[in-house]
Ligand binder design. Sequence first.
Ligand code: HC1
Length: 573
Amino acid sequence: MVNVTIDNCKIQVPANYTVLEAAKQANIDIPTLCFLKDINEVGACRMCVVEVKGARSLQAACVYPVSEGLEVYTQTPAVREARKVTLELILSNHEKKCLTCVRSENCELQRLAKDLNVKDIRFEGEMSNLPIDDLSPSVVRDPNKCVLCRRCVSMCKNVQTVGAIDVTERGFRTTVSTAFNKPLSEVPCVNCGQCINVCPVGALREKDDIDKVWEALANPELHVVVQTAPAVRVALGEEFGMPIGSRVTGKMVAALSRLGFKKVFDTDTAADLTIMEEGTELINRIKNGGKLPLITSCSPGWIKFCEHNYPEFLDNLSSCKSPHEMFGAVLKSYYAQKNGIDPSKVFVVSIMPCTAKKFEAQRPELSSTGYPDVDVVLTTRELARMIKETGIDFNSLPDKQFDDPMGEASGAGVIFGATGGVMEAAIRTVGELLSGKPADKIEYTEVRGLDGIKEASIELDGFTLKAAVAHGLGNARKLLDKIKAGEADYHFIEIMACPGGCINGGGQPIQPSSVRNWKDIRCERAKAIYEEDESLPIRKSHENPKIKMLYEEFFGEPGSHKAHELLHTHYEK
Ligand code: HC1
């Protein structure tokens, strides 16, 4: 610990703290813009400057280390003027169409202008007028709103190791762009949307597909149904002012019903179906000398990353479609047949925490009934906007249950939403399928948590399953490189593109850096996911009665010809 004085307040802080962290401990908020803990710690924007006794110039608090006896002043006239000038210069080249910006009221720049009491911009001058890149099905890039904070670059390059965007040019012409300024759809962007979640302003946003859904709902010819991913229910509440980690499953279902969907289904049911198919695939590959390790295939950002960067692992991918795609195929086959509905009239909307699902839904191979399995994907944020548009008072909605026949899911389906969840769900089922009897254990905490790569050896009926879990594509890269170097070998691997898994997907509510710098939002959302699992009467996929019914009435058995036709896919090198 070291003794420091901040604004005449004497405190003791750990020796590895920065001035920003020390000030927080003294309840002094220093404004920041580019800083994002563990992701972008570059001291570039100079919004957090402070006076340090003995230093020749103002210092960036986010990167300045504390030391014994350090004296810092955060609110001198020189500090206030420097921050205000910096902010006005950023605003002088910022497209200020705040009323219609998707980030209005959740914009860190807007907030700074208010907090720093900026009323005039003294330096209005030339403004950039650059084209908007909206060709990607997932991510829209508006360089006119970019503040050059570089958070998106750090996320894409350092965390995800994708490197689809970087800083180009110099001086006033500096922009964040792709190689040769190509559209995102033409570079190896994996559509994960993590860049959106860290953008402090509206320079990056998801492709808005809300109007397509309103149009479908207004079309009397269509039977419009909706399904919701596991991670949406533990994050949607944040859009309505609830604490991070609030569980709003019942309110979400009620809101969707009021929006006019004919049925509200649970993607978790299809997650159970995925476990039946993927678990069977794993057992078959182990017993019959198939390609190992088997690697999960439900994260479309990961699949695209694999296609671009590790094509040699494509044969390791599970042939299972992702749960919501499986669900779409079931709705346009089994459900349509059972209810006498023409499958061409069944319109499936998926509410996902993920922007890459928008891209996935457009993949031509995911249309095994002759129609796209899923017609439109909306993110959690888009759903919140739809609800707000209709004036539904979300917080006072009474809870509602998902609709049958595909509305019942096990806890195993719910935990898909957190890193390690697919692995744990699979273990719960595979062990019992192998032994034919109930296992003593239901929770496999060794695969939970936020370590970048988790490894576990799990005893399953006399067989030791060597498992690994990676979340975030940088960790996936490390894991795959280890396997390629012959330094590790596993039977089964779970990979999720987003750090933390779907709970932190690129379509989830955006928490500003003032929250993210001090709290790991992934922990709060994951906690809610595991609470939901514990609250459910059935916690294993193979015990879900709706899944048993589906096999009895339609698919026969896991891995059957019909299951392959509708629930599996293929990958091309
Ligand atoms: Fe996910 Fe999945 S868990 S991919 O993270 O396998 O998006 O939540 O819906 O499909 O079930 C996302 C979440 C989601 C699928 C499932």
